[in-house]
Design a protein around this ligand. Structure first.
Ligand SMILES: [Zn+2]
Length: 303
């Protein structure tokens, strides 16, 4: 996939006016939350150019004594590679970058990918300087913005450093990548259990507005429940197959696991889901990978 460097403001479709949803092509949505005390940017996009475009939407709100704060939901390139605009020697808009403390380690893992991505798309990634967050927390963290409180909640699973943002005053949840259309993917086998715990934790908030980084803004809380149902269906099928002894001892990526456990992508998704709305990868390789992760998790051999 090649990357575009456009950033557009998504028209408000009923959420609180203090939340701005900013979209980079078809890749990712990120957020700006305007509170009395702070303008909070939740995720910095893919490079300095896109982060600077994001700032064109934030800057008009940096008045009346408000200061700028940055939050990284996690270290993935589509969420945190605009950080150099806010920290380091070339920062045009110096600001604290807040993230879970594990985000530092996850940043380091990306160094190799950056080299490959630079080579492939020098126009997009050539100038990226990996800039880890500089205000780290463990447990929970709250930003008291005056009118709104942003609760930063660890929601591991997709990655080891992932956090979501809940704003109780307006019952609004920025789930980031804790839920996705059609499903979030655990980066590590051990992430399956944590990811499902995170989904349950977020659903329990019963937020009125739920926004995601990789799902239409109209999905609302339904997507959390659809994701939960997907993994529940997978778990039930995998448990049956394990009990029946129909799975090989070592499963490989080439096995047709959907057939082996008797649970296709379509069967695990809700009836109103349109398969044409996502890349076919999710119905094939992606789904297979989820079953593999589920079986490994159930067998308790996750790393
Ligand atoms: Zn993402």
């Amino acid at each position: 996939m090649s990357h575009v460097q456009t950033v557009e403001l998504v028209p408000n479709q009923g959420w609180d006016e203090r939340i701005l949803v900013c979209r980079n092509g078809e890749l990712v949505d990120v957020f700006i939350v305007v509170t009395q005390r702070y303008v909070v940017i939740v995720d910095t996009l893919i490079n300095a150019t896109t982060a600077e475009k994001l700032m064109t939407f934030a800057t008009p709100h940096l008045v009346n004594g408000r200061s700028l704060l940055i939050v990284n939901s996690h270290a993935d390139y589509d969420h945190a590679w605009g950080n150099q605009l806010f920290a380091g020697p070339h920062a045009l808009y110096p600001a604290p970058i807040i993230a879970h403390e594990r985000c530092i380690e996850e940043f380091a893992v990306w160094a190799e990918d950056l080299a490959a991505m630079r080579e492939k798309e020098p126009d997009v990634f050539g100038e990226v300087v990996l800039t880890p967050p500089n205000l780290l927390f463990n447990g929970r963290f709250a930003l008291h913005g005056g009118d709104l409180i942003l609760q930063l909640i660890p929601t591991f699973g997709h990655t080891r450093d992932h956090i979501s943002v809940y704003i109780p005053e307006i019952r609004t949840l920025l789930a980031a990548d804790a839920a996705e259309l059609p499903y979030p993917m655990p980066r590590h086998a051990s992430g399956m259990g944590e990811m499902r715990q995170s989904l349950a934790q977020l659903a329990a908030l019963q937020a009125e507005t739920v926004l995601y980084c990789h799902a239409p803004v109209t999905m609302g809380g339904k997507l959390l429940h659809d994701n939960i149902a997907y993994f529940d269906a997978l778990e039930a099928a995998c448990r049956r197959a394990l009990a029946a002894g129909t799975l090989p001892e070592t499963i490989s990526d080439d096995d047709d696991l959907a057939a082996l456990v008797g649970c296709t992508f379509a069967q695990a998704m809700p009836p109103d889901f349109d398969p044409a709305s996502v890349h076919e990868y999710y119905a094939t390789k992606g789904h297979n990978g989820q079953i593999k992760a589920m079986v490994e998790w159930l067998r308790g051999i996750g790393d």
